[in-house]
Design a protein around this ligand. Structure first.
Ligand code: VGL
Ligand code: ZN
Length: 210
């Protein structure tokens, strides 16, 4: 894959709480740091996302009486998975992964800060109407292709990729620079992304086309 000036790398949620030992660990999540750093060194432009919840966020099981981690609750905008408390503003777990080369990133977009609404997507909150502003930013910068990597394949990467595509960007996911929370969920996420016209590329194909 040939990288051009109108390509932007979108690094999704490579944060301490999503690594092994974190509050909501993605299996093998730390394995993305090396590939993501290689991509950050290669792309002309990069944007990072950061899951950024206030304490007591509605997606936390502890915010719902009797709520179990990984259970589901009905929210006004639809079913919401209940998560262990994670990526809370001002805590160590919200930081980027140690060793992530964030220096070249041109924007950090935070999401999930609305108390009553989750946001897996970097573009649209879970109510599917509140915009983060990212599509406007990318358009204003003249980017036409969004290349995604990071965590987690079946949640924030997939939702962000689907919304990037829906916003009119050519969209590609680097398959060996992502990891999923759930194996079956990740298979389903890849199928949804493929059906929506989201492409899939390997890190080596990008490095070969530099
Ligand atoms: C994520 C669950 C909850 C993710 C964020 O980054 O994929 N998953 N919050
Ligand atoms: Zn979250």
């Amino acid at each position: 894959m040939r990288i051009v000036e109108t390509d932007v790398l979108l690094v999704v949620d490579v944060q301490v709480d999503f690594l092994p030992g974190g509050a909501l660990p993605v299996p093998d999540g730390d394995a993305v740091v090396g590939p993501v750093n290689a991509l950050l060194a290669t792309f002309p432009h990069a944007v990072l996302t950061q899951d950024w919840h206030p304490a007591g966020h509605a997606s936390f099981h502890t915010s719902h009486p009797g709520g179990e981690p990984f259970g589901t609750v009905a929210m006004p905008y639809g079913p919401q998975v209940l998560w262990p408390e994670h990526c809370v503003q001002g805590t160590p777990g919200v930081a980027f992964a140690p060793g992530l080369d964030v220096a070249r990133a041109e924007l950090v977009i935070r999401k999930g800060y609305t108390h009553a609404v989750d946001s897996y997507s970097a573009f649209l909150e879970a109510d599917r109407t509140t915009r983060t502003g990212l599509a406007g930013y990318l358009r204003e910068r003249g980017f036409t292709r969004v290349v995604l990597c990071g965590l987690a394949t079946d949640f924030c990467v997939a939702w962000s990729a689907l919304d990037a595509r829906a916003a009119g960007f050519e969209t590609v996911v680097v398959e060996d620079a992502v990891r999923g929370i759930d194996r079956d969920g990740s298979v389903a996420a890849w199928a949804r992304m493929a059906a929506a016209g989201v492409g899939r590329v390997r890190l080596a194909e990008i490095m070969a086309g530099r």
